[in-house]
Ligand binder design. Sequence first.
Ligand code: BEZ
Length: 260
Amino acid sequence: MASFLPRTAPRAFHSLRAATPRPTRFLQKPAAPLFRRFLATPAGERPRLLLGSTAPNFQAKTTHGDIDFHEFLGDKWGILFSHPADFTPVCTTELGAFAKLKDEFEKRGVKMIGLSANDLGSHEKWIEDINDISNTNLQFPIIADADRKIAFLYDMLDAQDLENIDEKGIAFTIRSVFIIDPAKKIRLTMMYPASCGRNTTEVLRVIDSLQTSDKKGIATPINWRVGDDVIVPPTVSTADAEKKFGEVREIRPYLRYTKI
Ligand code: BEZ
């Protein structure tokens, strides 16, 4: 399917970058040589991470030490969000916002971990900046993925990044969100272009939806928030739903709401 704004946004970003002097730290080493291999990988051979598949395990260096990803997750839910480079403006605002929501993620039993395609030394300096700018105290680990191995493993790059990497070595993507359940299954993914900051309210909302659906065997409608009516899935009869939840409001035989 053709994308709504295929390349317009990254191009807009491009000209913005050209006009704005950047701090020297921004001009870090371009993508490591290993990335050249990825450039040669035909689109059809790139990894596909389907919803419901096991989140690939990996070992990595992070700002909290070396980790084995599956061991890090343990029996918790996990959120992995990625960034193409440190000291990028949109990503800086995102990490500050995620850092501020530590208690909200903890309340939901979700372990947070970021990834950015630079090394640990750079991450440490970036975290200082993020804390300063957003007046926060970022406490989750950030993976150092300077060679973009994990970004590739998780299929975080877009077509342009494979064929036409930005001349400064910054991918326009590696801006994904993966929500992983305690069985290590990928339950939800989001992928953003460079120009569009993520929405933390939506991230928490989808976690609430996934966890509520798992617990109660329901589905959640458009724009659902905790406390709103939920949908009785087509696999559950109205009689069974009434036994389980009480009143069922039938809009159509295939669209039935109830309260939980
Ligand atoms: C950002 O602002 O986060 C960003 C900038 C350039 C490329 C990708 C991301």
